[in-house]
Design a protein around this ligand. Structure first.
Ligand code: NAD
Length: 258
């Protein structure tokens, strides 16, 4: 990271030549983030469990030659080590992998709980831990964690999901402090309701439609993956040179009203 000279114009949004890793980037918000970083000039590595989604994307042949798709579990130390070994350097890590789900507490199993911990939190820990030596060598190192407003407010059925997202928010602040001496910036985004393939129809039906109408001041509708990707790009870019330990909420005003 350039410690001395803040950018004074939009060229700071550029990530030309940066090498980025996006976990859980095969679809949804992660895919929008990956494409946005590529459009900003970065070379992006995506690590995702979902082989089908990765194959679908591979078949599309997009990425301007600056996209590598890897199948694997971002919470598995060996998988992460194998991938990082292939990278000469690394500038940006986006911890986006998660298995978002809602489940009433009485139906929540130990398996659900451990799955939430593994996919949302252990993945962020493992990828951050193993990336730091490479990030330390970068002059524009940034980590962005994709949390959720459910790390701040409780909605029904979010005991597991909300708990791991709250932990990810504190992980962000604590890691930011620990890595500040190396000028590795660590920030988070906290999306509200965002329409992805998995939930787009649910948002158009009751009771979600009325919930959004009631909670979201900006139009009563969900956001789009690109809304989150734009916030991630800002936090990953040199324009955010002096921002660390922060959480940027992308929720159409949901939290402001809560
Ligand atoms: N969509 C929303 O409304 C919303 C709201 C708030 C926060 N978020 C957060 O945004 C992020 C992306 O969510 P999304 O809605 O795009 O979900 P999604 O289910 O469309 O995508 C998540 C991806 O993560 C992958 N993944 C899960 N565990 C993994 C692991 N251990 N290793 C590698 N890949 C793994 C999945 O295979 C999937 O491709 C998540 O962190 C989610 O919690 C989403």
């Amino acid at each position: 990271m350039n410690r001395d000279h803040p950018h004074d114009n939009n060229s700071g949004f550029q990530l030309s030549g940066a090498v980025c890793l996006v976990t859980g980037g095969a679809q949804g918000i992660g895919r929008a983030i990956a494409i946005t970083l590529i459009d900003a000039g970065a070379h992006v590595h995506v690590l995702d469990l979902d082989q089908v989604a990765l194959d679908r994307w591979r078949g599309e042949g997009t990425g301007h030659g600056r996209l590598d798709l890897h199948a694997g579990d971002a919470a598995d130390p060996d998988v992460v080590a194998d991938l990082l070994r292939t990278l000469e350097r690394m500038d940006v890590l986006i911890n986006n992998a998660a298995s978002p789900f809602y489940c009433p507490f009485e139906e929540l199993t130990r398996q659900h709980w451990e799955q939430a911990l593994r996919n949302d939190l252990h993945s962020a820990f493992e990828c951050s831990r193993q990336s730091v030596p490479k990030l330390r060598a970068s002059d524009r190192a940034a980590i962005v964690n994709v949390a959720s407003i459910e790390g701040f407010v409780a909605e029904p059925g979010t005991v597991a999901y909300g708990s791991v997202k709250a932990a990810l928010l504190q992980f962000t602040r604590a890691l930011a402090v620990d890595l500040a001496n190396d000028w590795i910036r660590v920030n988070a985004v906290a999306p509200g309701g965002i329409a992805v393939e998995r939930n787009r129809q649910v948002f158009q039906q009751e009771p979600c439609k009325s919930l959004l109408a009631d909670r979201v001041p900006l139009g009563g509708v969900p956001g789009e993956p690109q809304d989150v990707a734009n916030a991630v790009l800002f936090l990953a870019s040199p324009l955010a040179r002096y921002i660390t330990g922060a959480t940027l909420v992308v929720d159409g005003g949901w939290l402001a009203k809560a």
